[in-house]
Design a protein around this ligand. Structure first.
Ligand code: ATP
Ligand code: MG
Length: 790
């Protein structure tokens, strides 16, 4: 299949055809890293250098894994299920399912997503009478996850003060609770799987013998534990083929460690370091903007990107008065892209830094009748009604899952009050068993209502035993009483539709994953002269090792029941709502979720100081550089059209925020930008400088004057403050507040700075301060407690 390699450039070709030795492909966005990785898998198989079952490939999202499998099946007539392609969590889940006994887990173990985990922690703390003000559950959750990501069990955590000792004690109790209930959280999937391989030499040897080819995409975002897991699988003789881009490392806040790239190079004696510098994705102006922006970062491994595409369109910049106006402009531009440029909706993405920003954009799209799809945010599988239905399904699979039990024991209401549930929880603690198992210990009326619930679950289990997965889901939605409940609710229609969508998701899952389908392994055509690589325990072949329990599992569909598989899928699916997949819709997502993707047109919204770069970045070391990498990821998603926007005021979390435009605008090459609204120099917007003639012209010439007027006046809740000319305003404010423009001040969090503007009066008085280290910020004087530095 010569065309496999025909379209590669020389560096890509070299990377694809490297010998089976450790390799690092270090390259910027859009240079074909993912393409190289996929082509390499296809090439290895086609040349007979690998059989599908010897391939393990790690992707960053489930969506990427699916795409990879689809592209591979298009390239080669193979059954991709023979390969292990997935996220770290997905792959670990698969391994733990196959060896659950060795891993100390029940066959039916359930996965707690982040929200489930938090409710399990709250339940634990309540049971132990721990003061949740002194020990906030969220902090404990962070503590536990962080420890696990460092590979530390409670005994290994270094804690000296009483506070941390208490956290360690709670971590231990939490582990016991999870074990008793047969549930694992996300980091546990990884840690448990790591320990399984680390402590079980024959099993480790077996997998090392099997996975001769380990390929990792987005390597820059692996954390310490993931890297350790990869090292175990690689052993002494397997080569890891890692591709990544240090400039796109954006998960440091979740423990990702870009240093893994350097460690990898050193520890594996990487002889093959290949850089790809040709960008195939973006037009010239877009790429120039990305290159120049990221050059502001100091800690970089160093590489360049060039393109043969022409300059293309300039990057369009829009300043709005309010977030609503920003959304209105986006919708107008989207319309033009569709109607005039003929773009499909799926080719247009709207990106934002924080999930909360999507609401206004969604609202405007709904009003305009434009279909859209939100990735991330409240995931389909996280919606209340869907979680209720899943909880019943989980109880059918594993009655000891207390999180699921607590969620639905009295939903829909069946007269089981909080008192009864507390009684039951006490009994469960006393007898060290699950809540379901403790039901016989509860007497009286509470006991009989609980008994009826247990009977309901038992009945569901019996009835669904012979049903297909979609039938099971449909049955459970009805038998649980959920359908009736939402039927009677005023706004239940949406929820009922989502429950129907869950049945559809089950149907899609069964057909995509091949459960119950007869899919014999197809033969792989070999390149002339190549001999087939030996199969090592793949495709359902059972390899018996020393220990009786060490049998190589067959593939996914055979080791998990469809229901267990579906429940894992629901927990692991990262905002990639199956039910709507393929729908022709505008793509809405956070910048984090956009990693690895590309779109013809991209909008990056909310480019305001405090939002992007995010205000938290000011507190963390490397915070600003990480925000800049995030902006680099955002820009490089665009192929042909890039739009940047910001709003002077924005409603967020129920409050109106006043913003100045992001510093990133000053870090972009001005020649690539086209301002759709007049560019106002920093500092002149609110009359911070004496030359506010420009401001006045700007103000009166702008079509958005009314909107801005409203926005300006509304913040103070004071009609009198309706956009006075800033110079006068400042003088007036100066007298009222005791501060004046130009004054040097000190703030406890942001340090030293100078006041550039003043606004509002009384409790609403605000100052804009340009901090030496943190840039410009608006601060409420009643809260900020600025000190004058004379
Ligand atoms: P990111 O860092 O964003 O993940 P990447 O380096 O993984 O980017 P790809 O997604 O693999 O880049 O490729 C970017 C685009 O360039 C894709 O549309 C891909 O098909 C195209 N591409 C890659 N290599 C070539 C090539 N040699 N010829 C033509 N197009 C190419
Ligand atoms: Mg990629």
């Amino acid at each position: 299949m010569p065309e496999l390699l025909a379209n590669l450039n020389p560096e890509q070709y070299a990377a694809v055809t490297l010998p089976n030795e450790p390799a690092l492909i270090l390259a910027g966005a859009g240079s074909g890293k993912t393409r190289v990785l996929i082509t390499r898998i296809a090439w290895l198989i086609q040349q007979g250098l690998a059989s599908p079952s010897t391939v393990l490939a790690v992707t960053f999202t489930n969506k990427a894994a699916r795409e990879m499998m689809a592209r591979l099946s298009a390239l080669l007539p193979i059954d991709t299920r023979g390969m292990w392609i997935g996220t770290f969590h997905g792959l670990c889940n698969r391994m733990l399912r196959a060896h659950h006994r060795d891993a100390g887990l029940p066959a039916t173990f359930q996965i707690l997503d982040t929200a489930d985990q938090l409710s399990a922690i709250k339940r634990l703390m309540k049971g132990l009478n721990v003061d949740d003000e002194k020990y906030p559950p969220k902090n404990l959750q962070y503590f536990i996850n962080n420890a696990k990501e460092q590979g530390l069990r409670p005994d290994q955590v270094d804690a000296s003060d009483n506070f941390n000792l208490k956290f360690v004690e709670l971590y231990r109790a939490y582990e016991q609770q999870c074990q008793r209930e047969g549930v694992v959280d996300f980091p546990e999937l990884l840690l448990r799987c790591y320990e399984l391989l680390a402590h079980n030499a024959p099993l480790r040897a077996h997998y090392q013998a099997r996975f001769r080819h380990i390929l990792v995409d987005e390597f820059q975002d692996t954390n310490k534990l993931q890297y350790a897991w990869l090292k175990l699988l690689a052993g002494q003789s397997n080569a890891i083929f890692a591709v990544g881009d240090d400039d796109q490392s954006i998960y440091a806040f979740r423990g990702a460690n870009v240093g893994n790239m350097l460690d990898f190079e050193r520890e594996f004696n990487v002889r093959h370091l290949i850089k790809l510098e040709q960008n195939y994705r973006s037009h010239g102006h877009i790429l120039d903007a990305a290159n120049e922006l990221i050059s502001n970062n100091s800690r970089r491994l160093g590489k360049n990107l060039r393109t043969d595409a022409g300059h293309g369109e300039p990057v369009r910049v829009y300043e709005a008065a309010t977030d609503t106006q920003e959304a209105g402009w986006i919708v107008e531009e989207i319309r033009a892209l569709m109607n005039q440029s003929g773009l499909a909706r799926t080719e247009i993405a709207v990106l934002y830094r924080s999930n909360a920003q999507s609401r206004t954009i969604e609202h405007t799209l709904v009003n305009a009748g434009i279909p859209y799809r939100v990735y991330g945010g409240l995931r389909f599988f996280e919606r209340q009604e869907v979680k209720h239905a899943l909880a019943y399904l989980r109880l059918i699979d594993n009655p000891n899952d207390d999180t699921a039990f607590a969620r639905v024991v009295n939903f829909p209401t069946r007269g089981i009050g909080a008192r009864s549930i507390e009684q039951l929880a006490d009994a469960a603690r006393l007898y060290n068993c699950s809540m379901a198992a403790a039901i016989p210990y509860v007497t009286g009326k509470a006991g009989s209502s609980l008994g009826a619930f247990a009977n309901l679950i038992a009945k569901m289990r019996a009835e669904t035993e012979r049903m297909s997965l979609p039938e099971t889901v449909e049955y459970v939605v009805r038998a649980s009483g959920l359908a009736d409940f939402y039927q009677g609710e005023r706004e239940g229609q949406d929820r009922l539709e989502n429950l129907q969508e869950l049945v559809n998701a089950a149907t899609a899952f069964v057909s995509e994953e091949g459960y119950g389908l007869d899919t014999p392994a197809r033969s792989i055509p070999l390149a002339p002269g190549a001999t087939a690589a030996p199969e090592v325990g793949g495709q359902g072949e059972v390899v018996v090792l020393d220990a009786a329990s060490l049998t190589e599992p067959a593939q996914n569909p055979d080791t998990m029941t469809p229901l267990a598989g579906f429940l894992s899928h629901a927990s692991l699916e990262a905002g990639e709502n199956q039910a709507q997949a393929g729908q022709d819709a505008i793509q809405l997502m956070t910048v984090h979720a956009a990693k690895g993707l590309e779109f013809t047109a991209v909008f990056i919204t909310g480019l305001e100081e405090g939002l992007f770069p995010h205000e938290n970045s000011a507190i963390e070391a490397d915070g600003l550089e990480e925000e800049r990498r995030l902006m680099y990821v955002a820009i490089t998603r665009a192929k042909e059209r890039l739009y940047l926007s910001f709003a002077q005021s924005r409603m967020l979390h129920g409050q109106t925020r006043y913003n100045v435009r992001s510093r990133f605008f000053d870090e972009l090459p001005q020649a690539t930008l086209k301002w759709l609204t007049p560019k106002v120099e920093a500092g002149t917007r609110w009359g911070g400088r004496s030359d506010n003639a420009g401001w006045g012209r700007d103000w009166f010439s702008r079509p958005d004057r009314e909107a801005r007027h409203g926005g300006y006046g509304s913040y103070a809740g004071d009609a009198a403050v309706s956009a006075p000319l800033p110079a006068f305003a400042n003088e007036q404010r100066a007298a009222e507040t005791g501060f004046r423009v130009g004054q040097q001040v000190f703030h406890t969090k942001f340090g030293e700075g100078a006041i550039t503007a003043l606004e509002g009066s009384g409790p609403d008085a605000r100052a804009q301060v340009r901090f030496k280290r943190h840039g410009e910020k608006w601060l409420a004087l009643s809260v900020a407690k600025l000190q004058v530095v004379e």
